[in-house]
Design a protein around this ligand. Sequence first.
Ligand SMILES: [Zn+2]
Length: 398
Amino acid sequence: MSLGDRAYFGAALPFPLPPGETLFPLDSVVMRFIHGLSRSPGLCGCKRFFEACLEVMAEKLDPNSLADGSEPLFSFGIIADIQYADLEDGFNYQRSRRRYYRHSLVHLQGAIEDWNKENSLPCCVLQLGDIIDGYNAQYKVSEKSLELVMNTFQMLKVPVHHTWGNHEFYNFSRDFLVNSKLNSKFLEDRIVQHPETTPSENYYAYHFVPFPKFRFVLLDAYDLSVLGIDQSSPKYEQCMKMLREHNPNVELNSPQGLSEPQYVQFNGGFSQEQLNWLNEVLTFSDLNQEKVVIVSHLPIYPEASDSVCLAWNYKDALSVIWSHNCVVCFLAGHTHDGGYSEDHFGVHHVNLEGVIETAPDSQAFGTVHVYPDKMLLKGRGRVPDRIMNYKREEVLCF
Ligand SMILES: [Zn+2]
């Protein structure tokens, strides 16, 4: 099954879907088929049948009906790659996808209105990085554009946790970001009796508990990076050495000919210091029977991403995560196309579809409803619904 196909499916269903429910989004191929039927005499009955099918398909996953009628414990919103710029539409680097630079802000406004209207407000929203586009730096309007997007986020009734992506570093230095509104570390929780779970100031990562027994961890995927860092610093030198060892191309953004194509300049990685900290947090969560959600701009699981977009040392991050039982899912952005896979250890990897490449007549965000035995991602627009069951022996009792 190709990555594109897999993107429509979510985890394997543990039970048959109730009548009227589907995991398949409306497909333009089906729409074209219906349109063709409507123009064929004598096929009206067939057309009505397919229209009825479409009506069923249009009803997306209802979290309550899939959760045996039980209410979710809590929910949270997710959105990725807004990449706002006050520019006409453009294209991605391969010129295969349209980018809606101005409309991305309208998409964000729509998402905020939806979250604010939900019956039960999400506890928070996770912004998965690349909030404004790198073009803003070129036109020297980075701060103005950031202000505009952050003012839009002000309309949201719940806190926002911001991760940092490559476009943050095209616009701002790391020092600027640390002192900006994109630093949401003030929302962190500290475990006083376990100081080893307190992150260092050397990277931008933290954890928090939105609901008892659930811990969220935000990772810094550009902890190792040549972006946004003082070029005279030893860390820059170390990161450039690492990048050049894996990428002999003159153009360091090119993955051409690489055996590990993720070693490009627009990606980054996790320092051993950050991975050790993550290991301590996950050890604490295991001991306390917590469920953990990990958030990062860069994905780490090849089956859910294209191979160029992964974090440099994604294997190191996976080996830390796989040595613990507590991680339910790993949420990332960056790829824009979206992707999903459950790994062999039962961790669900979700790459969220990017707002920037979402047409004005669609949407790209989601709400994750959290239950004692699973999380249900209710996607909007081109974000598919996903069922993320916990590992069998790890179901929480409430
Ligand atoms: Zn990115």
